[in-house]
Design a protein around this ligand. Structure first.
Ligand code: DGY
Length: 337
């Protein structure tokens, strides 16, 4: 490695494997933070102020922090979502933002289906019944669930993950598929018989509504009290997108009042979900702690892709999956300016 390349400085945040940290260390000085909190924020900021690259999961970054990081060229998030990052400010500073799409698609679709199954068949509630010694006699209708197969699955946001959920539903469970998307998806329509709908129509027709849209100003509280009121009272809402896509207070009300039957939630407005949230205590809600992509295989693949994005950007071969590739200038161009 020549001296120029070795002069990169990288800040890495949160659990990267030894092997990946070593790969970064081969080409750069690495400042590694397993976590950033009040106790080490000053050290983190000092490292960021010298850094050319920043990599990690759940990165906390804002405009003021970017102003303190004049050398920063690339932010490589170990997530597909980047709603927590200041894209506009990154664009203005011509800092490349890379994310990790594709490698998590199937795992996240598995998570959605896990929540669908658990919600329809009351898995957590009935498992708790057994664990707590409540299974004393045959199981009667008060504990029956609702079928998954054959029910109408409405997918709000049929991007890559939404399409993978649709495949599971249509091919595995014989579910009619409805979807919303900015444009029609001929492949889904031809291969799965999926039908595009306006949101309000999808909400009214679906037995299970699954949210897989990215969070942005258009999708903030997309599912509010009005939207919930359009759903069937027998329907379930599944959210693997972002908590703020749903008006959580309206959801709690709808679940309490029987406006909808159940919810399966992997994401929340506040994470970790406060233990005193009503959502944590309701029998008709299945909660998981934002584990959409959280398998060993997939988290490793995401971290590897994030490292490849970071190093590709700094060394000059280019990122593999950038959000704002238009701002990228090759490293040699940066050197010339
Ligand atoms: C993602 O990658 O965006 C997942 O939601 C995990 O944060």
């Amino acid at each position: 490695m020549d001296e120029q390349t070795k002069s990169w400085r990288i800040v890495a945040v949160r659990r990267l494997s030894e092997a990946l940290l070593e790969a970064l260390s081969e080409v750069a000085e690495v400042d590694y933070f397993e976590d950033v909190d009040e106790s080490n924020r000053a050290d983190f900021m000092a490292a960021l102020s010298r850094a050319h690259g920043l990599i990690g999961g759940k990165l906390e970054l804002n405009e003021a922090m970017l102003a303190e990081a004049p050398a920063l060229q690339v932010v490589s998030t170990i997530s597909v979502g980047y709603d927590h990052l200041p894209l506009k400010a990154l664009n203005q500073r011509r800092i490349l933002l890379c994310n990790t799409p594709d490698v998590l698609t199937e795992t996240t679709a598995d998570t959605a289906f896990m929540l669908i199954m658990a919600t329809q068949r009351r898995l957590v509630e009935l498992s708790n019944l057994v664990r707590d010694g409540g299974w004393r006699t045959h199981i009667g209708p008060e504990y029956f669930g609702i079928d998954v197969h054959g029910k109408t699955l409405g997918i709000v946001g049929a991007g890559r993950i939404g399409a993978a959920i649709a495949r599971r539903g249509a091919l595995g469970f014989g579910m009619p598929i409805l979807y919303t998307a900015a444009s029609s998806k001929p492949a889904l329509e031809q291969q799965l018989g999926a039908k595009r709908r306006e949101l309000n129509d999808l909400l009214a027709e679906a037995d299970i509504v699954c949210l897989s849209a990215p969070y942005n100003s258009d999708t903030h509280h997309l599912i509010d009290a009005d939207a919930l009121a359009r759903m069937k009272t027998t329907a379930a809402l599944i959210n693997i997108a972002r908590g703020k896509v749903v008006d959580e207070l309206a959801l709690i009300k709808a679940l309490h009042s029987g406006g909808i039957r159940a919810a399966g939630l992997d994401v929340f407005v506040e994470e970790p979900l406060p233990p005193d949230s009503p959502l944590a205590a309701m029998d008709n809600v299945v909660t998981t702690p934002h584990i959409g992509s959280a398998t060993h295989e997939t988290r490793e693949a995401m971290a590897q892709l994030a490292v490849d994005n970071l190093l590709g950007t700094l060394i000059g071969s280019g990122p593999l999956t950038a959000v704002n590739e238009h701002v990228w200038r090759r490293a040699d161009a940066i050197e010339e300016t």
